[in-house]
Design a protein around this ligand. Structure first.
Ligand code: NA7
Length: 536
């Protein structure tokens, strides 16, 4: 069969959540997945040190059927364990019978006469669906900057998201370009293994301690009994979909002593509380932000003895406000640079000139000899997974073309002229300002309810109005303009990709506000959408 009620693109958290809940509605659904395993980003990202920055228990499905007999071993699970979790979910619910692997979707065309999508894979297989749900995630299109001479390099080159199954770095001279979330994880993991590591840093990562912990089955059993349900519920009430929240108190309403104790407490907790559980005003007030940066810097400087390294890794002048570019969670990251086999090269001072057959040359004329070059250079984040598919709706114009001058969406889940098409955890949703599964489940449930409503009310198509879309997108931009986001160059605002329109790519008003808007629209009969009745 190639005709379905719903076609889903991508088999990560979002795609799996859709599939399971569509089955409960008795609808036919198929996941088309480019990769060969479930897990989305976790099926692709298995570079050394890859692990999630969300802490237990909320980085998993909230359905008790899927946590009552599953246990992780670490507070911040690694990629292998998350892959095993998806295998467990598959075994329990037999997902893969409804998944077509190794099937990259290349186009999706709306047909106004049948009110259906025709979706084509790279292998030219065509599937038809009444609904199209894009679960392509925020980091599925990897990005390699145009480095002159890259093709001439005689050693191995690996983008982190395409890490080979076998890759022995022992005894090798390895170079890593990039110190984002991925770069930090790779660097701290491979430094003790490789013969020599050269890190090419353009912007220091204002990383905070992860404070990883082993978690026993007994501890999890106790939490399951007493707290899991409460914690999963709590996710929907906090700005970032974590179990802790930004503090309503403003930075300078606290005395300096109170502030110090407050920062210290968040810092010692480990994980994101120092970022997403801090005083609520510091992401919009520069003076408040300076206080956070000063605290962060003091803590980091204590861990580096060399004054030159201190200035490179934790500069006296902040490279950007703290927290408006994603800080990584680190494990011994700053200590790595004091190892005799590790060298930090500041490419903001001397940029990368070219890759040579033997290594990498910076524009001070130095050639850094390398056997392996690791590209931790990130992704065409948030939009790339969607715009790399040729999606054409009612007016025949591709979404890529429509978004050249900026994203336009309604509620961060649908776009005008693309009927019966939704996305989960993508542009203008809280996406990466939140714990992934939190936003995924909220949006996914909203879509399921919408499809159910349409069925019950004999509605054939749903599509946002241009007015509602315009108003929503303006609202996102307006919320973003009250923060310090544009003081950093980062993928949050699209500025990591040359030529990409710079705008806030996510909903910056927090999960509760976002959820309220979605729920309100639904309660008002899907306000802001055009609904077309089914022909009888
Ligand atoms: P990021 O966070 O976009 O990091 C990419 C890194 O690559 C970053 O340090 C960039 O420096 C660096 N980069 C990119 N292009 C260049 C060039 N031309 N020269 C030197 N350095 C360069 O991607 P990640 O994969 O680490 O993380 C993406 C998200 O995935 C992460 O936030 C999680 O949510 C999961 P820059 O900082 O721009 O100066």
């Amino acid at each position: 069969m190639s005709d379905y009620d719903v076609l889903i693109v991508g088999a990560g958290f979002a795609g799996v959540h859709q599939l399971l809940n569509l089955r409960k509605l008795g609808l036919t659904a198929k996941i088309l997945e480019a990769g060969s395993a479930l897990g989305g980003t976790w099926a692709w990202n298995h570079y050394p040190g890859a692990r999630v920055d969300s802490d237990l228990p909320i980085y998993q499905f909230s359905d008790p059927e899927l946590w009552s007999d599953w246990n992780f071993t670490e507070k911040f699970p690694g990629w292998k364990e998350i892959q095993a979790y998806f295998e467990y979910v598959d075994k329990k619910l037999n997902l893969t019978r409804d998944v077509l692997f190794n099937s990259r979707v290349v186009s999706a065309l709306w047909d106004d006469t049948s009110d259906k999508w025709a979706v084509t894979t790279e292998a030219r297989r065509v599937f038809r669906g009444k609904f199209l749900v894009l679960c392509t995630g925020i980091g599925s299109k990897y990005h390699i900057p145009k480095f002159k001479g890259l093709e001439t390099f005689k050693g191995e080159v690996h983008h982190t998201s395409r890490w080979p199954a076998e890759c022995d770095l022992a005894g090798k001279r390895v170079g890593v370009i990039g110190t984002g979330a991925t770069g930090v994880q790779v660097i701290q993991e491979i430094a003790p293994i490789v013969d020599h590591l050269t890190v090419f840093q353009r912007t220091p990562n204002l990383a905070i301690p992860m404070r990883q912990q082993q978690v026993s089955v007994q501890e999890q059993d106790k939490l399951k009994k007493d707290l899991y349900a409460v914690l999963f519920n709590r996710r929907n009430q906090t700005f970032s979909g974590f179990t802790y929240d930004l503090d309503p108190k403003r930075t300078f309403d606290a005395t300096p002593e109170e502030r110090m104790l407050f920062y210290e407490d968040k810092w010692e907790k480990g994980g994101f509380p120092f970022w997403l559980g801090n005083y609520g005003d510091y992401l919009s007030n520069q003076q408040a932000n300076d206080e956070v940066y000063a605290f962060w810097r003091k803590k980091v400087l204590e861990r580096i003895s060399d004054p030159v390294l201190q200035e490179k890794l934790a500069p006296s002048k902040p490279p950007h406000p703290f927290g408006v570019k994603r800080p990584s969670l680190e494990q011994n990251y700053f200590e790595v640079y004091s190892r005799p086999n590790v060298k930090l090269v500041d490419v903001s001072e001397y940029a990368i000139q070219e890759i040579t057959p033997q290594g990498l040359k910076t524009n001070d004329g130095t050639e850094h000899p390398l056997d392996v070059l690791v590209l931790a250079t990130g992704f065409d984040m948030v939009t790339g997974g969607i715009t790399s598919i040729d999606i054409r709706g009612q007016d025949g114009i591709s979404i890529k073309e429509k978004w050249t001058d900026g994203i336009q969406s309604y509620l961060g889940l649908a776009s005008a002229t693309y009927p019966n098409m939704f996305w989960i955890y993508g542009p203008q949703s809280p996406s990466s300002f939140s714990n992934g599964p939190s936003t995924v489940e909220l949006t996914s449930e909203w879509i399921i309810d919408c499809i159910k409503y349409m069925k019950e009310h004999n509605i054939s198509t749903i599509v946002p109005t241009k007015d509602a879309q315009h108003a929503y997108s303006e609202h996102v931009d307006q919320l973003a303009s009250t923060g310090l986001w544009f003081k950093a160059k980062s993928w949050y605002t699209g500025s990591n990709i040359e030529g990409k329109k710079q705008q806030m790519l996510q909903f910056p008003g927090g999960v509760p506000m976002y959820n309220r808007m979605c729920v309100d629209a639904a309660a008002k009969g899907y306000q802001g959408f055009d609904l077309k009745p089914l022909h009888v």
